[in-house]
Design a protein around this ligand. Sequence first.
Ligand code: FPP
Length: 235
Amino acid sequence: MQSNLLSKLHVGIIMDGNGRWAQARGLSRGRGHEAGVETVQQVVEAAVDQGIGTLSLYAFSSDNWRRPSAEVALLMRLLSRYLRSEVAKLVENGVRLKVIGRRDRLPGGMAAEITRAETATASGTKLDLRIAIDYSGRDAILQAASRISCPDDLTRDGFARLITGELEARDVDLLIRTSGEQRLSDFMLWECAYAELYFTDCLWPDFGPAQLQAALQEFSRRDRRFGALVASTAA
Ligand code: FPP
């Protein structure tokens, strides 16, 4: 894809299959999540190299609190460690990090770590990286609805700004889900209204730069009409 198109692209990824990857190797689910973090590091670097504008990663859904407490605790530790240990590399690579989702239920100190990482990376201009933690797309819409002050004046763009907290909210162009599952699982429901969906059987720890490239190639072959007709069929 042309680099000027990639720089406007918003890619979302539902990272799935860490548990099955570990199980297939006789390892603990925790080892699968650790391998998943390594994939995150590679894919973020690949996104920078490819010139993608925005990358949104679904790391922990609001429904993931229902997992066993030991697994939840491990995921929170891995996320905390990532926020602490990756900042220097993110800054070096020109990545601006933003964490989306609720912060009030996160373990002690994590909200402050998030703020520190966001502040340290705020001047990054190459890639906008969003990591969704304690995130629910439906809750994001509900919260935005509760903030509407003049319903009659509301536009789609205005509502998108309320949902995302961004001045220039970007829709997701390409949504990737790994591990063969084919559902949205409450991820960026508003932003995915016209997302091209790309499902791959590849388990998240096996995903990497080559698989990202394959997804982008498939995306470039899609015919995006946004409800209109292709030019050649229009009367
Ligand atoms: C889904 O696999 C994965 C998760 C719920 C967690 C995703 C987290 C990471 C990749 C690591 C931390 C992320 C960052 C951004 C540092 P699963 O456990 O549901 O796998 P399964 O469906 O095979 O059981």
